[in-house]
Design a binder for this molecule. Structure first.
Ligand code: LP5
Ligand code: MN
Length: 244
């Protein structure tokens, strides 16, 4: 049976050379599942890390980039949002895949409804050390300075930050690393109560119902792809979580 017009949402795949089975699962998903959608929205952390678009010329992630471009060539619109691991994805990547990079957050209008999408890290306001780090590394000056270094030096630096981040995370509570409810509500108010908010980052896939100021909003959290691929399907009747 033909399915209704729909869009798909994924995040937190963390693709890298050391987990080739996930890359294979993702490419299979693009060929078999995403190809039937009108659009694919990748809401951040597609890659384990992204050191800069010159990684493409260096031969990184070529199979993934080719599969994404192929999907777009088959008429599926492709959208990317920055995650905390791959916020250095830029025009070079967008051109190589024929995709569009969206600001975080972005209010979409799909199948007659406003749908707010975000990576989700900006909602984790209790994680003060992370938010300070985020503010610092997202400034144009910081990014330009970082990108002016050779690719291998950048990768070595990212690996050190990864270690430091893992050490710090082991000392943070699960609650600190989750979204803050007031931050979620503030975002919903700012965007005039979209009935659907979709985000990733926390790797805690779930559906939360938020009753706020006489409105009801669904907050859908996407899952990561460490153990199994998953995606959210949105059509005129709403959101459905799916596993591969
Ligand atoms: O990614 P995840 O989910 O494991 O953890 C995040 C937060 N950590 C990060 C850091 C990234 O994992 C690593 C950077 C990716 C590459 C980016 C491109 C290049 C940028 C180079 C930057 C200088 O995002 C983690 C959150 C967690 O999500 C849950 O929300 O808690 O935040 C941290 O752990 C950050 C620390 O609390 C503070 C920052 C420590 C790093 C300080 C730099 C020290 C340099 C070390 C060199 C010797
Ligand atoms: Mn993330």
């Amino acid at each position: 049976m033909e399915s209704k017009p729909h869009s798909l949402f994924i995040s937190d795949l963390h693709l890298c050379d050391s987990r080739p089975n996930i890359t294979q699962a993702f490419i299979g998903f693009l060929h078999e599942t995403a190809v039937k959608a009108q659009a694919l929205y990748i809401l951040g952390d597609l890659f384990e890390y992204w050191a800069g678009d010159d990684a493409i010329e260096a031969g990184n992630q070529q199979a993934v980039i080719a599969a994404l471009k192929d999907l777009n060539n088959q008429g599926v619109a492709l959208f990317f949002m920055h995650g905390n691991r791959d916020f250095l994805l830029n025009d070079g990547f967008a051109q190589a895949t024929s995709g569009t990079i969206l600001a975080d957050p972005t209010l979409l209008h799909l199948y007659g409804k406003p749908v707010l999408v975000s990576h989700g890290d900006i909602l984790c306001t209790d994680d003060i050390a992370y938010q300070q780090f985020r503010t610092q590394v997202r400034t144009p000056a910081w990014k330009n300075q970082f990108l002016s270094q050779p690719l291998d030096a950048r990768i070595a630096y990212i690996e050190q930050i990864r270690l430091k981040s893992e050490q710090e995370k082991s000392l943070k509570s699960m609650q600190i690393m989750d979204v803050n409810q007031q931050a979620v509500e503030a975002m919903l108010r700012e965007y005039h109560y979209p009935p659907v908010l979709i985000h990733g980052h926390t790797h805690r896939p779930n559906k939360h119902i938020i009753a706020i100021d006489n409105h009801v909003c669904e907050r859908w959290v996407l899952g990561d792809w460490y153990e199994q691929g998953s995606y959210l399907k949105l059509d005129e009747s709403g959101c459905q979580p799916q596993s591969l």
